[in-house]
Design a protein around this ligand. Structure first.
Ligand code: 3HC
Length: 315
Protein backbone atom coordinates (compact mmCIF):
# COMPACT_ATOMS: atom_id res chain seq x y z
CA UNK A 1 0.00 0.00 0.00
CA UNK A 2 1.81 3.18 -1.14
CA UNK A 3 0.92 5.85 1.34
CA UNK A 4 1.76 9.52 0.77
CA UNK A 5 0.25 10.81 3.98
CA UNK A 6 -1.31 9.77 7.25
CA UNK A 7 -4.66 11.01 5.95
CA UNK A 8 -4.40 8.76 2.94
CA UNK A 9 -3.57 5.76 5.14
CA UNK A 10 -6.54 6.57 7.37
CA UNK A 11 -8.85 6.88 4.34
CA UNK A 12 -7.53 3.64 2.82
CA UNK A 13 -8.20 1.77 6.08
CA UNK A 14 -11.75 3.18 6.13
CA UNK A 15 -12.31 2.22 2.48
CA UNK A 16 -11.15 -1.32 3.17
CA UNK A 17 -13.27 -1.56 6.37
CA UNK A 18 -10.07 -2.13 8.39
CA UNK A 19 -10.73 -1.07 12.00
CA UNK A 20 -9.05 2.13 13.18
CA UNK A 21 -7.18 1.28 16.37
CA UNK A 22 -6.08 3.54 19.28
CA UNK A 23 -2.43 3.74 18.11
CA UNK A 24 -3.41 4.60 14.51
CA UNK A 25 -3.15 8.16 13.22
CA UNK A 26 -6.64 9.69 13.01
CA UNK A 27 -7.94 13.20 12.21
CA UNK A 28 -8.55 15.22 15.39
CA UNK A 29 -12.15 15.72 14.31
CA UNK A 30 -12.63 11.93 14.05
CA UNK A 31 -11.18 11.48 17.55
CA UNK A 32 -13.33 14.31 18.95
CA UNK A 33 -16.60 13.03 17.53
CA UNK A 34 -15.82 9.52 18.79
CA UNK A 35 -15.13 10.83 22.30
CA UNK A 36 -18.38 12.79 22.07
CA UNK A 37 -20.50 9.83 20.91
CA UNK A 38 -18.89 7.04 22.95
CA UNK A 39 -18.87 9.07 26.18
CA UNK A 40 -22.51 10.08 25.75
CA UNK A 41 -23.35 6.47 25.01
CA UNK A 42 -21.59 5.45 28.25
CA UNK A 43 -23.37 8.19 30.23
CA UNK A 44 -26.67 6.94 28.80
CA UNK A 45 -25.99 3.42 30.06
CA UNK A 46 -25.16 4.64 33.57
CA UNK A 47 -28.00 7.16 33.86
CA UNK A 48 -30.28 4.56 32.24
CA UNK A 49 -29.90 2.42 35.39
CA UNK A 50 -31.84 4.98 37.44
CA UNK A 51 -35.37 4.74 35.98
CA UNK A 52 -35.34 0.93 36.25
CA UNK A 53 -33.48 0.87 39.58
CA UNK A 54 -36.56 2.62 40.94
CA UNK A 55 -38.56 -0.63 40.54
CA UNK A 56 -36.11 -3.30 41.75
CA UNK A 57 -37.50 -3.24 45.30
CA UNK A 58 -41.09 -3.13 43.97
CA UNK A 59 -40.98 -5.93 41.41
CA UNK A 60 -44.13 -8.12 41.59
CA UNK A 61 -42.23 -11.40 42.09
CA UNK A 62 -38.81 -12.73 43.06
CA UNK A 63 -38.26 -13.81 39.44
CA UNK A 64 -39.09 -10.36 38.04
CA UNK A 65 -36.85 -8.79 40.68
CA UNK A 66 -33.91 -11.07 39.79
CA UNK A 67 -34.33 -10.42 36.05
CA UNK A 68 -34.56 -6.63 36.52
CA UNK A 69 -31.55 -6.68 38.86
CA UNK A 70 -29.54 -8.59 36.25
CA UNK A 71 -30.55 -6.12 33.54
CA UNK A 72 -29.61 -3.04 35.59
CA UNK A 73 -26.27 -4.63 36.48
CA UNK A 74 -25.67 -5.30 32.76
CA UNK A 75 -26.22 -1.60 32.02
CA UNK A 76 -23.48 -0.70 34.52
CA UNK A 77 -21.14 -3.07 32.70
CA UNK A 78 -22.09 -1.53 29.34
CA UNK A 79 -21.19 1.87 30.72
CA UNK A 80 -17.80 0.62 31.90
CA UNK A 81 -16.96 -1.01 28.53
CA UNK A 82 -17.84 2.26 26.81
CA UNK A 83 -15.93 4.49 29.25
CA UNK A 84 -12.91 2.22 28.66
CA UNK A 85 -13.37 2.55 24.88
CA UNK A 86 -13.53 6.34 25.25
CA UNK A 87 -10.37 6.36 27.37
CA UNK A 88 -8.41 4.74 24.49
CA UNK A 89 -8.95 8.06 22.66
CA UNK A 90 -7.01 9.99 25.29
CA UNK A 91 -9.66 11.27 27.69
CA UNK A 92 -9.56 10.32 31.38
CA UNK A 93 -12.38 8.70 33.35
CA UNK A 94 -12.45 11.72 35.69
CA UNK A 95 -12.86 14.11 32.74
CA UNK A 96 -15.69 11.97 31.39
CA UNK A 97 -17.54 11.97 34.71
CA UNK A 98 -16.91 15.71 35.13
CA UNK A 99 -18.49 16.37 31.73
CA UNK A 100 -21.58 14.42 32.81
CA UNK A 101 -21.84 15.95 36.28
CA UNK A 102 -21.41 19.53 35.02
CA UNK A 103 -24.01 19.03 32.27
CA UNK A 104 -21.38 19.53 29.52
CA UNK A 105 -22.02 16.03 28.15
CA UNK A 106 -25.38 14.70 27.03
CA UNK A 107 -27.00 11.37 27.69
CA UNK A 108 -30.02 9.86 25.97
CA UNK A 109 -33.12 11.99 26.48
CA UNK A 110 -35.24 8.88 27.05
CA UNK A 111 -33.90 8.49 30.59
CA UNK A 112 -35.39 11.81 31.67
CA UNK A 113 -38.92 10.39 31.80
CA UNK A 114 -40.42 8.98 35.03
CA UNK A 115 -41.21 5.29 35.57
CA UNK A 116 -44.71 5.44 37.04
CA UNK A 117 -45.89 1.78 37.05
CA UNK A 118 -44.45 -1.71 36.78
CA UNK A 119 -45.57 -1.77 33.13
CA UNK A 120 -42.92 0.90 32.49
CA UNK A 121 -40.30 -1.80 33.13
CA UNK A 122 -41.88 -3.75 30.28
CA UNK A 123 -42.12 -0.73 27.98
CA UNK A 124 -38.50 0.26 28.66
CA UNK A 125 -37.17 -3.24 27.97
CA UNK A 126 -39.37 -3.68 24.88
CA UNK A 127 -39.10 -0.18 23.37
CA UNK A 128 -35.98 1.51 24.80
CA UNK A 129 -33.75 -1.56 24.66
CA UNK A 130 -35.42 -2.49 21.36
CA UNK A 131 -34.42 0.91 19.97
CA UNK A 132 -30.97 0.57 21.50
CA UNK A 133 -30.50 -2.79 19.73
CA UNK A 134 -31.58 -1.23 16.40
CA UNK A 135 -28.99 1.48 16.92
CA UNK A 136 -26.24 -0.68 18.44
CA UNK A 137 -26.15 -3.66 16.05
CA UNK A 138 -24.77 -1.50 13.20
CA UNK A 139 -22.31 -0.03 15.73
CA UNK A 140 -20.74 -3.50 15.95
CA UNK A 141 -19.34 -2.52 12.51
CA UNK A 142 -18.36 1.02 13.44
CA UNK A 143 -14.93 2.02 12.12
CA UNK A 144 -13.31 2.50 15.54
CA UNK A 145 -12.10 -0.91 16.78
CA UNK A 146 -12.56 -0.59 20.57
CA UNK A 147 -16.11 0.81 20.10
CA UNK A 148 -17.11 -1.96 17.69
CA UNK A 149 -15.76 -4.66 20.01
CA UNK A 150 -17.56 -3.17 23.03
CA UNK A 151 -20.79 -3.20 21.02
CA UNK A 152 -20.53 -6.91 20.21
CA UNK A 153 -20.59 -7.70 23.93
CA UNK A 154 -23.31 -5.12 24.66
CA UNK A 155 -25.61 -6.39 21.91
CA UNK A 156 -25.52 -9.96 23.27
CA UNK A 157 -26.94 -8.68 26.56
CA UNK A 158 -29.37 -6.19 24.98
CA UNK A 159 -31.38 -8.98 23.35
CA UNK A 160 -32.06 -10.42 26.84
CA UNK A 161 -33.11 -6.90 27.96
CA UNK A 162 -35.55 -6.50 25.11
CA UNK A 163 -37.00 -10.03 25.52
CA UNK A 164 -37.63 -9.63 29.25
CA UNK A 165 -39.37 -6.32 28.59
CA UNK A 166 -41.56 -7.78 25.85
CA UNK A 167 -42.42 -10.70 28.16
CA UNK A 168 -43.58 -8.29 30.89
CA UNK A 169 -45.79 -6.48 28.33
CA UNK A 170 -47.15 -9.81 27.02
CA UNK A 171 -48.03 -10.99 30.55
CA UNK A 172 -49.80 -7.72 31.31
CA UNK A 173 -51.56 -7.38 27.95
CA UNK A 174 -52.91 -10.95 28.23
CA UNK A 175 -53.78 -10.45 31.93
CA UNK A 176 -56.71 -8.70 33.62
CA UNK A 177 -58.35 -5.60 32.16
CA UNK A 178 -56.47 -3.47 34.71
CA UNK A 179 -53.14 -5.05 33.71
CA UNK A 180 -53.86 -4.54 29.99
CA UNK A 181 -54.77 -0.90 30.69
CA UNK A 182 -51.48 -0.45 32.58
CA UNK A 183 -49.53 -1.86 29.62
CA UNK A 184 -51.37 0.43 27.16
CA UNK A 185 -50.75 3.44 29.42
CA UNK A 186 -47.01 2.64 29.48
CA UNK A 187 -46.94 2.28 25.66
CA UNK A 188 -48.73 5.63 25.35
CA UNK A 189 -46.06 7.35 27.48
CA UNK A 190 -42.96 5.63 26.11
CA UNK A 191 -43.67 5.36 22.38
CA UNK A 192 -42.78 8.85 21.20
CA UNK A 193 -39.73 9.36 23.49
CA UNK A 194 -38.44 5.96 22.26
CA UNK A 195 -38.53 6.96 18.58
CA UNK A 196 -36.83 10.23 19.52
CA UNK A 197 -33.87 8.12 20.81
CA UNK A 198 -32.59 7.82 17.23
CA UNK A 199 -31.77 11.52 17.25
CA UNK A 200 -33.06 14.49 15.23
CA UNK A 201 -34.20 14.07 11.63
CA UNK A 202 -31.36 13.63 9.14
CA UNK A 203 -31.89 17.15 7.78
CA UNK A 204 -31.30 18.52 11.26
CA UNK A 205 -28.49 16.22 12.40
CA UNK A 206 -25.18 18.12 12.31
CA UNK A 207 -23.06 15.02 12.99
CA UNK A 208 -24.61 12.40 10.73
CA UNK A 209 -22.97 13.30 7.42
CA UNK A 210 -19.38 13.08 8.76
CA UNK A 211 -20.22 10.06 10.95
CA UNK A 212 -21.51 8.25 7.86
CA UNK A 213 -18.43 9.24 5.83
CA UNK A 214 -16.13 7.98 8.58
CA UNK A 215 -18.27 4.81 8.93
CA UNK A 216 -18.87 5.60 12.61
CA UNK A 217 -22.54 5.35 11.70
CA UNK A 218 -23.63 2.77 9.17
CA UNK A 219 -27.20 4.09 8.93
CA UNK A 220 -28.67 7.54 9.41
CA UNK A 221 -30.98 8.51 12.29
CA UNK A 222 -34.10 8.36 10.13
CA UNK A 223 -33.15 5.03 8.55
CA UNK A 224 -32.78 3.36 11.97
CA UNK A 225 -35.93 5.05 13.29
CA UNK A 226 -37.89 3.69 10.34
CA UNK A 227 -36.49 0.15 10.82
CA UNK A 228 -37.46 0.29 14.50
CA UNK A 229 -41.00 1.49 13.79
CA UNK A 230 -41.56 -1.15 11.08
CA UNK A 231 -40.53 -3.98 13.44
CA UNK A 232 -42.15 -2.67 16.63
CA UNK A 233 -45.60 -2.01 15.14
CA UNK A 234 -45.82 -5.72 14.30
CA UNK A 235 -44.82 -6.62 17.87
CA UNK A 236 -47.54 -4.33 19.25
CA UNK A 237 -50.08 -6.33 17.23
CA UNK A 238 -49.00 -9.51 19.05
CA UNK A 239 -49.50 -7.69 22.34
CA UNK A 240 -52.92 -6.45 21.25
CA UNK A 241 -51.87 -2.91 22.15
CA UNK A 242 -52.41 0.27 20.13
CA UNK A 243 -49.48 2.45 19.07
CA UNK A 244 -50.44 6.04 20.09
CA UNK A 245 -50.06 7.51 16.59
CA UNK A 246 -53.27 8.16 14.60
CA UNK A 247 -51.17 8.73 11.44
CA UNK A 248 -49.42 5.35 11.62
CA UNK A 249 -50.25 3.54 8.37
CA UNK A 250 -48.57 0.90 6.22
CA UNK A 251 -47.40 2.43 2.94
CA UNK A 252 -47.28 -0.34 0.36
CA UNK A 253 -45.40 1.80 -2.11
CA UNK A 254 -42.62 2.65 0.37
CA UNK A 255 -42.70 -0.76 2.02
CA UNK A 256 -42.61 1.01 5.38
CA UNK A 257 -44.98 2.45 7.96
CA UNK A 258 -45.78 6.15 7.58
CA UNK A 259 -45.90 7.79 11.01
CA UNK A 260 -47.05 11.02 12.56
CA UNK A 261 -45.04 14.18 13.22
CA UNK A 262 -42.55 13.87 16.09
CA UNK A 263 -42.63 16.64 18.68
CA UNK A 264 -39.08 17.90 18.17
CA UNK A 265 -39.75 20.85 20.46
CA UNK A 266 -40.29 18.36 23.32
CA UNK A 267 -37.13 16.48 22.27
CA UNK A 268 -34.85 19.54 22.31
CA UNK A 269 -36.47 20.77 25.51
CA UNK A 270 -35.58 17.49 27.24
CA UNK A 271 -32.09 17.44 25.67
CA UNK A 272 -31.55 20.98 26.99
CA UNK A 273 -32.31 19.81 30.55
CA UNK A 274 -35.98 20.66 30.94
CA UNK A 275 -37.40 17.13 30.92
CA UNK A 276 -39.49 15.71 33.80
CA UNK A 277 -36.49 14.03 35.49
CA UNK A 278 -33.30 15.73 34.22
CA UNK A 279 -32.47 17.42 37.53
CA UNK A 280 -33.26 14.29 39.58
CA UNK A 281 -31.10 12.09 37.33
CA UNK A 282 -28.08 14.40 37.47
CA UNK A 283 -28.44 14.85 41.26
CA UNK A 284 -28.52 11.06 41.68
CA UNK A 285 -25.38 10.64 39.58
CA UNK A 286 -23.49 13.38 41.46
CA UNK A 287 -24.54 11.89 44.82
CA UNK A 288 -23.38 8.41 43.74
CA UNK A 289 -20.04 9.90 42.65
CA UNK A 290 -19.58 11.68 45.99
CA UNK A 291 -20.67 8.64 48.04
CA UNK A 292 -18.26 6.48 46.08
CA UNK A 293 -15.23 8.71 46.72
CA UNK A 294 -14.04 6.58 49.66
CA UNK A 295 -14.02 3.46 47.47
CA UNK A 296 -11.89 5.23 44.83
CA UNK A 297 -9.55 6.59 47.52
CA UNK A 298 -9.15 3.14 49.12
CA UNK A 299 -8.49 1.48 45.76
CA UNK A 300 -5.95 4.18 44.82
CA UNK A 301 -4.23 3.92 48.22
CA UNK A 302 -3.99 0.13 47.84
CA UNK A 303 -2.65 0.46 44.28
CA UNK A 304 -0.06 3.03 45.42
CA UNK A 305 1.08 0.80 48.32
CA UNK A 306 1.31 -2.26 46.06
CA UNK A 307 3.30 -0.29 43.46
CA UNK A 308 5.79 0.82 46.19
CA UNK A 309 6.11 -2.75 47.50
CA UNK A 310 6.81 -4.11 44.01
CA UNK A 311 9.38 -1.35 43.40
CA UNK A 312 11.14 -2.24 46.70
CA UNK A 313 11.14 -5.92 45.76
CA UNK A 314 12.56 -5.10 42.32
CA UNK A 315 15.30 -2.84 43.82
N1 3HC B 1 -30.73 12.22 23.56
C1 3HC B 1 -29.88 13.23 23.84
N2 3HC B 1 -29.15 13.90 22.91
C2 3HC B 1 -29.29 13.48 21.62
C3 3HC B 1 -30.12 12.42 21.25
C4 3HC B 1 -30.87 11.78 22.28
N3 3HC B 1 -31.71 10.79 22.02
N4 3HC B 1 -30.03 12.26 19.91
C5 3HC B 1 -29.17 13.20 19.47
N5 3HC B 1 -28.72 13.93 20.50
C6 3HC B 1 -27.78 15.04 20.42
C7 3HC B 1 -26.45 14.59 19.87
O1 3HC B 1 -25.60 14.11 20.91
C8 3HC B 1 -25.93 15.88 19.24
O2 3HC B 1 -25.43 16.73 20.26
P1 3HC B 1 -23.84 16.90 20.45
O3 3HC B 1 -23.30 17.28 19.09
O4 3HC B 1 -23.71 17.98 21.48
O5 3HC B 1 -23.33 15.56 20.92
C9 3HC B 1 -27.21 16.55 18.74
O6 3HC B 1 -28.29 15.98 19.49
C10 3HC B 1 -27.44 16.36 17.25
O7 3HC B 1 -27.67 14.98 17.01
P2 3HC B 1 -26.89 14.19 15.85
O8 3HC B 1 -27.85 13.28 15.21
O9 3HC B 1 -26.15 15.16 14.98
O10 3HC B 1 -25.82 13.41 16.74
P3 3HC B 1 -25.19 11.96 16.47
O11 3HC B 1 -24.69 11.87 15.08
O12 3HC B 1 -24.26 11.74 17.58
O13 3HC B 1 -26.44 10.95 16.57
C11 3HC B 1 -27.11 9.27 18.19
C12 3HC B 1 -27.10 10.77 17.82
C13 3HC B 1 -27.94 8.53 17.15
C14 3HC B 1 -27.71 9.10 19.59
C15 3HC B 1 -25.65 8.79 18.14
O14 3HC B 1 -24.89 9.59 19.01
C16 3HC B 1 -25.50 7.34 18.58
O15 3HC B 1 -25.78 6.43 17.82
N6 3HC B 1 -25.01 7.14 19.82
C17 3HC B 1 -24.71 5.79 20.28
C18 3HC B 1 -25.93 5.10 20.82
C19 3HC B 1 -26.46 5.80 22.05
O16 3HC B 1 -25.88 6.69 22.60
N7 3HC B 1 -27.64 5.37 22.49
C20 3HC B 1 -28.23 6.00 23.66
C21 3HC B 1 -29.05 5.05 24.37
S1 3HC B 1 -28.08 3.84 25.17
C22 3HC B 1 -29.27 2.83 25.73
O17 3HC B 1 -30.40 2.98 25.42
C23 3HC B 1 -28.81 1.76 26.61
C24 3HC B 1 -29.78 0.65 26.74
O18 3HC B 1 -29.12 -0.42 27.36
C25 3HC B 1 -30.98 0.99 27.55
Amino acid sequence: MTVHSFEEHFEQKLDKDIAIEPRDWMPDTYRKTLIRQISQHAHSEIVGMLPEGNWITRAPSLRRKAVLLAKVQDEAGHGLYLYSAAETLGISRDELYDQLHTGKAKYSSIFNYPTLTWADMGAIGWLVDGAAIMNQVPLCRTSYGPYARAMVRVCKEESFHQRQGFEIMLTLSKGTEVQKKMAQDALNRWWWPSIMMFGPPDDNSPNTEMSMRWKIKRFTNDELRQKFIDVTVEQAKILGLTIPDADLKWNEERGHYDYGAINWEEFWNVVKGNGPCNKERLEARKKAWENGAWVRDAANAYAEKRKKRLQQQAA
